[in-house]
Design a protein around this ligand. Structure first.
Ligand code: PLP
Length: 385
């Protein structure tokens, strides 16, 4: 597609189709084929483990990408806001968990959605349940959010008294149906090795099961466990110790997942096309139109100690990939991205060419845009709050 010696250049490919050929500003480029493979792979992992798959749609936030999940057999989803739940409910999803602590100031929207779909909500405090019991107009599924070690939100996994009290409050309301215990082990992102990741998973499950057994025996019949983070769901053994999984990032993956050994290079399916605006051969750097407002300030530390805010992808006939030695973005300001690129490689690029940047964190990068452009040049809309 491109001449082999210039495979950093995205804009000179011969087969630019549809709107890919008219890119003028930073634009999300999606490899649809790879995304579908990532979806199929996670569906298989969930099926092999015998767990319900409730993918988190906050990563892609697109009705069109949602259809790829639906065609693959997925029927229930996770989102991170009630507005996002509204967007997907309007495209036919009727079993949605909002995996964010319930915002009681949105009771009207909660009631609207609860009257239309099977709506799941998260609580970790009796005050929230008292309010819901009084104001819910329809049935909702209530999950007790548990902190199994991450330290962000949720009932502490050792606080059996609080969890039991919440379970009893739920059982006492005819508008609330108990979903189970729901946890997000975001600390899995700090694991450097697979055995550490496995340990975090096993520890979280043991804690959740112990708490679940305690409250189920005393207050309820059964206590399903829902977990969800891409490192765990992509790599660990014994995924089936949970009842439900809710990974999101796996749909695109990114440099962070690659750096942690969670995905392979050829599984990353999202990149940002950015115009080159300056070349500085004397300092081995180019500057692209693509900064913190497009990529976020999320960074990794490279082996040479420098911060890395993204890496340039290589273009090949099948799509894009990122090599171990791919040029890194070493600094970002609001709209500028500085790329470390040797002068000889710069000679093959022109100001105005497009390069593809693999983001450090695909969820935050995708969040900045209103649509995706596939490699075939098709536009896919995203939810805009
Ligand atoms: N569940 C909850 C509650 C989350 O907050 C997140 C992500 O932040 C996920 C699931 C999905 O995790 P990941 O982004 O690692 O796929």
């Amino acid at each position: 597609v491109t001449s082999g010696d210039n495979n950093l250049c995205f804009s000179r490919i011969n087969e630019l189709q549809g709107s890919v050929g008219t890119i003028t500003r930073p634009t999300l480029i999606l490899d649809a084929g790879r995304t579908k493979l990532n979806i199929a792979c996670m569906i298989r992992r969930a099926a092999d483990a015998g767990v319900r798959f409730r993918p988190h749609f906050k990563t892609h936030q697109s009705a069109a990408v949602g259809e790829w999940f639906r065609h693959a057999g997925v029927s229930c989803i996770t989102v991170s806001s009630l507005e996002m739940a509204r967007y997907f409910a309007d495209t036919g999803w009727d079993d949605i968990t909002v995996a964010f602590p319930v915002n009681l100031r949105q009771m009207d929207l909660i009631n609207q959605l609860a009257g239309q779909i099977r709506l799941g909500l998260l609580v970790d405090h009796p005050e929230a349940l008292t309010f819901l019991a009084k104001h819910l107009e329809h049935q909702a599924t209530i999950w007790i959010k548990v902190d199994a070690g991450y330290g962000r939100t949720g009932v502490d996994w050792q606080d059996q008294r609080l969890a039991s009290g919440l379970a009893r409050q739920i059982a006492a309301s005819d508008r609330m149906q108990f979903g189970g215990l729901l946890s997000h082990s975001g600390h899995s992102y700090s694991a450097d090795r697979l055995d550490q990741l496995q340990q975090i998973h096993d520890e979280s499950i043991t804690r959740l099961r112990r708490l679940g057994d305690q409250i189920a025996a005393k207050d309820l019949g059964t206590c399903p466990i829902s977990i969800g983070d891409t490192p765990t769901c992509s790599r660990v053994d014994r995924l089936g110790d949970a009842d439900e999984i809710r990974p999101g990032n796996f749909v695109f993956y990114d440099l962070m997942q690659l750096a942690h050994g969670i995905c392979r290079r050829e599984e990353i399916s999202l990149a940002l096309a950015c115009p080159i605006v300056c070349k500085y051969p004397s300092r081995n750097e180019i500057v692209i139109c693509g900064g913190a407002i497009h990529l976020s300030k999320e960074s990794l530390t490279a082996t040479d100690g420098r911060r890395c805010f993204g890496q340039l992808a290589q273009w090949n006939p099948e799509g894009f990939t990122v090599s171990e030695t791919a040029p890194p973005l070493t600094s970002l300001s609001q709209e500028h991205g500085v790329v470390s690129l040797p002068a000889e490689q710069q000679a093959q690029l022109q100001i105005g060419d497009l390069v593809l940047v693999i983001p450090v964190h695909s969820c935050l990068t995708a969040q900045q845009f209103g649509s995706y452009t596939t490699l075939q040049g098709k536009q896919l809309e995203r939810f805009r709050p």
